[in-house]
Design a protein around this ligand. Structure first.
Ligand code: PEP
Length: 252
């Protein structure tokens, strides 16, 4: 179902006490906001899941994880399964973030496995796609993003895809302060929607939530979120500053 979403990806930041402070600096003011049909998702380090889901219960946000295993269970030391996330009331999980693709060598087959595990456990994948700078400069960005979607997501049925959120995150814009221009963001989001329409149908494409991520902040969020095919943002750095994050949440 298409809706406006702002998701904060805290990555590997904040100790327990720091996370507690930041959580309440966001959750308390958030509770007083009329968010309309905007959904807020916080994706802290999963170790803190219980604290977040407890607070989320009484507040208007949901909790997401940043990663999960592509395996169901078993001898995979250090991994966390989708079923474990579900048992902690986690509703969303980021899959295929460029940092995981790059530093942990996650390939499309693994990502498709993670998506399947999550859907089997009724958790919505927040599936990231995006090109690196050299690919954009070589004019290959549509091809790259298309391939990521085909390999990671397009094995799903239409009903399954309905539970997936897509985030277009040009890798050159992540954590660099270099945001995609509104024209670049809109062009890619429209392209992603057109691929979904071709593979599934127009109604499903129109119903898919597609977020933008990459140096989205309190200053540029309004312009990005106003774009026809942009349904909100996946926010990294700015989600660690309560004031900035709260401004982004109110940028629709
Ligand atoms: C991200 O890591 O998903 C992200 C968008 O980071 P930043 O907002 O810091 O560019």
């Amino acid at each position: 179902m298409r809706r406006n979403i702002v998701a904060g990806n805290w990555k590997m930041n904040r100790t327990f006490e720091e996370a507690d402070d930041l959580l309440f600096a966001i959750a308390d003011p958030l509770q007083k906001l009329d968010l309309g049909n905007t959904e807020v998702i916080l994706c802290p380090p999963v170790l803190y899941a219980e604290m977040f889901t407890d607070v989320a219960l009484e507040n208007n946000f949901s909790v997401g994880a940043q990663n999960c295993s592509n395996h169901e269970s078993g001898a995979y030391t250090g991994e966390i399964s989708a079923a474990m996330l579900k048992s902690m009331d986690i509703e969303y999980c980021i899959v295929g973030h460029s940092e995981r693709r790059k530093y942990f060598n996650e390939n499309s087959e693994m990502l498709a496995g993670k998506v399947n595990q999550l859907l089997d456990n009724e958790i919505s994948p927040l599936f990231c796609c995006g090109e690196v700078l050299e690919e954009r400069e070589a004019g290959k960005h549509f091809e790259v993003v298309g391939q990521q979607l085909f390999e990671g997501l397009f094995h799903l049925s239409a009903d399954e895809l309905d539970n997936v959120i897509i985030a277009y995150e040009p890798v050159w814009a992540i954590g660099t302060g270099k945001t995609a221009t509104p024209a670049q963001a809109q062009e890619m989001h429209a392209f992603i929607r057109s691929l979904i329409a071709k593979k599934y149908d127009q109604e499903i494409a129109d119903d898919t939530t597609i977020l933008y991520g990459g140096s989205c902040n309190a200053k540029n969020a309004k312009e990005l979120f106003a774009l026809k095919d942009v349904d909100g943002g996946l926010i990294g750095g700015a989600s660690l500053q309560a004031d900035d994050f709260l401004k982004i949440v109110q940028s629709f």
